[in-house]
Design a protein around this ligand. Structure first.
Ligand SMILES: NC(=O)c1ccc[n+]([C@@H]2O[C@H](COP(=O)([O-])OP(=O)(O)OC[C@H]3O[C@@H](n4cnc5c(N)ncnc54)[C@H](O)[C@@H]3O)[C@@H](O)[C@H]2O)c1
Length: 342
């Protein structure tokens, strides 16, 4: 019998890449996504066995519906990607973020806890390094305390706590995967790297928050998909696992790399001395994220394949070659600055 996998938020950036990636395997995939303006329509997905895939357009906030989907589809694995994910938007509308993210995952966990009585499957919940907050030196381990700085990361941190509470109270088997910053194809242009690409392509100086010294750990999304797949199919025991690349760069370094690649390929007319615009910093902007992925490296043994230069180059060319996708998503985005408090 073919394995069945239920993905939530499978029309977002990582979810779309993940579904494309696993569609090559002989498994049935069902995707529950509310389809928001940042979501990728199915016609843009590159799904290998189309008949093995279906989308249910639904908000996870409805527990009865989710339980019915679970009992009808009978998944063998659940992976929860669904969340509102842009920090700046969470500053503009914190109440919406907290409500959406916490309701969606809690309702999913609750439906899963009932389904778990019928079938003992695992639910993998995708979390972020942002839950730990900022770290000047060193890196965060799985059992370090959570000190989130934005409404987005606080909502994600809360969900992680809810997940572990479900494992205790309902004796479920939810596993938390804390990922670092991803980049690559299908990322909505309001996020840092596609935002740079679109500014440079349009010969406009790209905005950099503050002094551009904030450091993030970067992982090419295809590596994340591989790492997630290896983790969810592993027989190793864990409740929580950090999945990072160790590739840590400041926003300024990333912007320079993206610009230099584009300039060397004649993709921008901007001047090499004048391609950035320093703008007011994000409120509560974390200085540095760094994950300790020793546990992942020890038990999963997946080696990150893509270095930053190759990953950025591939990403830039993906955006250039997929103009139909971006003219479609850009209809709902005007590149206006978000996340400032007046
Ligand atoms: N992108 C990153 O760098 C990164 C890093 C670490 C962790 N994460 C986490 O990984 C997950 C996926 O991130 P992403 O960048 O693909 O996000 P995204 O914003 O691109 O996509 C999220 C998807 O979830 C859907 N969704 C949101 N709320 C929903 C609800 N109530 N019901 C049904 N669907 C809903 C959206 O419609 C969207 O299609 C998120 O949980 C995010 O917190 C992302």
């Amino acid at each position: 019998m073919k394995k069945k996998i239920l993905i939530t938020g499978g029309s977002g950036f990582i979810g779309t890449n993940f579904i494309n990636f696993i569609s090559k395997k002989n498994i049935n995939i069902i995707n529950i996504d509310k389809i928001s303006k940042i979501s990728t329509a199915d016609k843009f997905k590159k799904i290998y066995y189309k008949k093995n895939y279906s989308l249910i357009k639904n908000n996870l906030g409805n527990p009865i519906k989710i339980f019915n989907i679970l009992t009808r589809f009978k998944p063998d694995i659940i992976i929860n990607f669904a969340a509102e994910s842009h920090v700046d938007r969470s500053i503009n509308d914190p109440v919406y973020f907290i409500k959406n993210n916490i309701n969606a995952s809690t309702n999913l966990f609750y439906s899963y806890s009932k389904y778990y009585k019928l079938k003992k499957i695992k639910l993998f919940h995708i979390s972020t390094d942002e839950v730990y907050g900022s770290i000047e030196k060193g890196d965060f381990k799985e059992n370090d305390a959570y000190e989130p700085s934005s409404p987005y990361s606080a909502s994600k941190g809360s969900i992680d706590l809810i997940a572990t509470s479900f494992n205790k109270t309902f004796e479920t088997n939810i596993k938390i995967l804390n990922l670092t910053n991803n980049y690559g194809p299908y990322q909505f242009p309001e996020k840092f790297i596609p935002n740079l690409i679109f500014h440079f392509l349009n010969n406009k100086k790209a905005p950099i928050y503050g002094k551009g010294k904030n450091i993030r750990e970067w992982m090419f999304v295809e590596d994340s998909c591989n790492a997630i797949w290896k983790t969810v199919t592993s027989k190793k025991k864990f409740e929580k696992i950090n999945i990072g690349s160790g590739i840590r760069n400041s926003n300024l370094e990333i912007a320079k790399m993206v610009f230099n690649i584009m300039k060397s390929k004649n993709l921008t007319n901007l001047n090499s001395n004048n391609f950035l615009k320093m703008v007011k910093d994000r409120p509560g902007h974390d200085k540095r994220y760094a994950l300790n992925s020793n546990f992942f490296n020890k038990i999963i043994k997946y080696k990150i394949k893509k270095n930053l230069y190759d990953g950025l180059k591939e990403t830039i060319f993906w955006y250039i070659e997929n103009s139909e996708w971006h003219s479609n998503v850009n209809k709902s985005y005007n590149f206006k600055r978000l996340g400032l408090i007046d």
